[in-house]
Ligand binder design. Structure first.
Ligand SMILES: Nc1nc2c(ncn2[C@@H]2O[C@H](COP(=O)(O)OP(=O)(O)OP(=O)(O)O)[C@@H](O)[C@H]2O)c(=O)[nH]1
Length: 415
């Protein structure tokens, strides 16, 4: 089982969408945090500026009120300032009278945000009093919180919009065509290759990877189809070659490698059917044993190589001068051959044997520069009545034995 089978399926576009959402969230948090920090610094600076502006704007009224020693006017101005939402506490100290005017919550244990000396309206350098303003940190923080919330909401909305658009584009451009391709590939079968892969997506000016995959599938379909079409011819061709090879192997397994005659195995296969045919149709069948005379002496005097050449030559002479298509020859063992002569009486076999004996002995066998005079002995027997193969072979063999005993280079026939 492949690893793809063991894991759960998840669409590649879903994976991409998930990754993009996580990345966008990360980016949003990083950018939002940076933006909030910049905003914080900006608000802080502008808050301090506004405190200074407030002090500057109130300076003329306070200066006049202290110069005129008008405590009511000083009180009104201090109360007005202390009522402002961004101000936590305002305090004015009149240096001439030592009187202190205060408004707002008491936050005096922290240093004032703004401390300015109140100078007289006529421009003299002796201060009339001191103005201290404490900014309200809660007001600042709530302003900041609102601003941060606005920024975060803006970023979240933007990120959400981007993610929705990316998801829509990926679904349309990737998930739909890929799932169509996967569906098509899952349904491919050798007997249904003609159905083309058609994607439902708008025409586009340039091709992309999905088009390449579609083209690959079309190419593959065509190739597989033509391969299948050619397969029958291919199989027939291979079968023919195989049959030729099998015939060759069969021929080799039934042939004696040295002489090219049938071997014992072929003899054991063919001879019983010759006998059976002869018995069934009442036709004559003769067997002739042929054995080269003094073959051991040839081997001993000239070597086995020369002996092999003599064997091949005698086999060739026997095969060449037998009746083709009817008679056949097998190497029975060593230097001994068996001629099988269907439709042949012993007398006819005798005539053939005489002819063959002449061919064996006429003309010397040339082997490795040596000219050898070769003779052979023959033993003939014709099938009798319902005689067994074993008995027939024995009688022909005993005739050969007789020929050898009678001095070789002669033919003996069972009567
Ligand atoms: N070169 C060669 N010699 C073989 C082959 N098969 C058997 N022989 C030899 O054939 C010889 C047969 O010797 P014998 O059975 O004594 O027969 P012979 O010498 O022909 O004597 P007679 O048959 O009585 O005339 C042996 O020396 C075997 O080694 C073969 O394939 N090649």
């Amino acid at each position: 089982m492949s690893s793809a089978d063991t894991t759960r399926f998840r669409s590649i576009s879903t994976l991409l969408i998930q990754r993009i959402v996580w990345l966008s969230l990360g980016c949003m948090l990083a950018l939002g945090g940076l933006h909030a920090w910049i905003e914080f610094r900006h608000e802080q600076a502008s808050f301090e500026r506004s405190m200074r502006l407030l002090a500057d704007n109130s300076m003329r009224n306070l200066s006049m009120a202290l110069w005129d020693i008008d405590p009511r006017a000083v009180r009104e101005q201090v109360d007005w300032m202390g009522a402002l939402p961004e101000v936590a506490q305002v305090q004015v100290q009149a240096l001439a009278t030592g009187e202190t005017f205060s408004s707002g919550r008491n936050v005096r244990d922290v240093p004032a945000t703004v401390t300015v000396q109140i100078m007289p309206p006529d421009g003299q350098a002796i201060a009339l009093g001191v103005l201290e303003i404490w900014a309200d940190p809660q007001y600042f923080l709530s302003t900041m919180a609102q601003s941060t919330l606005r920024v975060t909401f803006g970023y979240a909305l933007f990120t959400l919009l981007i993610c929705v658009m990316v998801a829509w584009v990926l679904g349309r451009e990737l998930r739909q065509p890929l799932s169509q391709i996967a569906h098509f590939a899952a349904g491919l079968k050798p007997n249904a290759l003609s159905k083309p892969l058609q994607l439902q997506r708008p025409q586009r000016a340039q091709s992309d990877e999905i088009d390449l995959v579609v083209q690959g599938f079309l190419q593959l379909q065509g190739d597989v189809r033509s391969h299948i079409d050619n397969l029958d011819g291919l199989v027939a061709d291979r079968t023919q070659k195989l049959e030729v090879l099998v015939d060759e192997v069969k021929r080799l397994s039934l042939t004696d490698a040295l002489t090219g005659c049938f071997n014992r195995r072929a003899l054991d296969e063919r001879l019983p059917s010759e006998l059976e045919r002869s018995l069934r149709y009442g036709r004559p069948l003769s067997l002739v044993f042929v054995d080269i005379d003094h073959f051991k002496a040839i081997n001993d005097q000239h070597g086995h190589g020369v002996g092999d050449i003599v064997l091949r030559e005698v086999a060739l002479r026997l095969q060449t001068h037998l009746r083709s298509q009817v008679d056949w020859v097998a190497r029975y063992g060593g230097e001994e051959f068996l001629l099988v002569m269907p439709e042949t009486t012993a007398r006819e076999a005798l005539e053939s044997a005489q002819r063959l004996a002449d061919f064996v002995r006429t003309g010397p066998v040339l082997a490795q520069g040596v000219a050898l005079q070769v003779t052979a002995s023959f033993g003939i027997a014709q099938l009798r009545g319902r005689e067994t193969l074993c008995s027939l072979l024995e009688r022909a063999d005993s005739m050969l034995y007789q020929a050898k005993a009678d001095g070789r280079n002669c033919i003996r026939m069972a009567l």
